[in-house]
Design a protein around this ligand. Sequence first.
Ligand SMILES: Cc1ncc(COP(=O)(O)O)c(C=O)c1O
Length: 479
Amino acid sequence: MSKNLQLSAEQMRRLGYQAVDMIVDHISGIKNKPVSRVIDGEFLRHKLTEPLPESGSDPEQLLAYLHDHVFNHITHVDHPHFFAYVPGPNNYVGVVADFLASGFNIFPTAWIAAAGAEQVELITIDWFKTMVGFPDSAGGLFVSGGSMANLTALAVARQVKLDNDIDQAVVYFSDQTHFSVERALKVLGFQPHQLRWIETDDRLRISVSDLKRQIEEDRMAGRKPFCVIANVGTTNTGAVDPLNELADVCREVDAWLHADGAYGAPAALTDKGRELLRGMERVDSLTMDPHKWLFQPYDAGCVLVRNRRHLRETFSMAPEYLQDIDLGNDQQINFGECGIELSRRFRALKVWLSLKAFGAESFRQAIDHGIMLAEQAEAFVRQAEDWEVVTPAQLGVVTFRYLPKESATLDTINEINKQLAEEVVHRGFAMVSTTTLKGKVVIRLCPIHPETTLEEMHQILVRIVELAAELSASCKHPI
Ligand SMILES: Cc1ncc(COP(=O)(O)O)c(C=O)c1O
């Protein structure tokens, strides 16, 4: 490699083709790979630890090395048999878009630097506004993911509702809310005593009566209920809070309503999803992650705000070295003044390019497929002896547990379900994870990969059921 950090045109092409071949082989051969491997940390440390390399190496050999020693030591969150957490099934068009965004080193921060790119981002945001039923006055931007989107939205809420004076402010959300919300509030300066975890009902949706009671109590004590955070598809179970009722409560007490739809909001593209998400169009701000249920490579999060002026009011700064930039112009937007990041990646490109390439209908079908798979998984578990559906399929998530008839304590049942999930991962035929719902350890399935067939999922469920019986039989203390 030459000192000026350039490759020849021929070298660039060869390296690029090698990378493309690696990616295409990975994507087209993924079903033949184990979902995960038992990672030997010591081996990896030994293999990869080295001092800063003073001289260069052949990049083509480095790619081959990466293939063998790094990319083969990861869990494939894009594997069609990865059902844990929130899977990451991406799409190749989006991958190419990321490559192009880096190749042209696009800087969608200021209109002056990347007008075309900023227009693409504006259009993509407009599509999202239509998808979720937001008015024309709304705006938004792409960020790294749900955590950043929640932080951005809550910073706007703090600005608009409190003018940043948080002293007496109180925030409300259900005990099923993703932890990134609590972390965002911590970053924004809120103390634990200003946060209210509201209990959930048997469907794990926020209890609106408890919320109202708590708000009233806080108001009587002279505190300021300033924001409610609703879930549009919880990570645990896919539960959706009653959005219309929450919007009514917030209107009554003049509080901001933020919805975390990082996982669930894209379901608005489908008929079933739209029905479930009724009221989402009334929230003040919304988090939605294209790198979750819109099949984009990491990273791609998005925050939408009902009144786009609020973004600039919250984040705009006017340092002297940016004085040539036309700040505050509604037509020529500068995304660098609408959020926390100044330098930022052109994340909108992958969403725009893949929506254009495949069309919304393909995405709709892909989302519907995940909803259907979760429903079929629920149906399978319902007819399996010694198994219990704990929460029904909702927005592509279903939870269940092994519950043998013989009496056993909750602790033992919890333990065996944990062991069972571990053993599934260990054997590598699928990846599932557990969570705890009101004291019960459950296996949680999120089968949203568009390439997972119903038959594959059935086979995996059959293996899990067999494994449970096997584990149970070999247990020292039979349950
Ligand atoms: C509901 C919800 N909100 C927020 C997040 C955080 O998103 P990210 O990991 O993109 O920061 C997640 C992640 O799974 C989530 O499921």
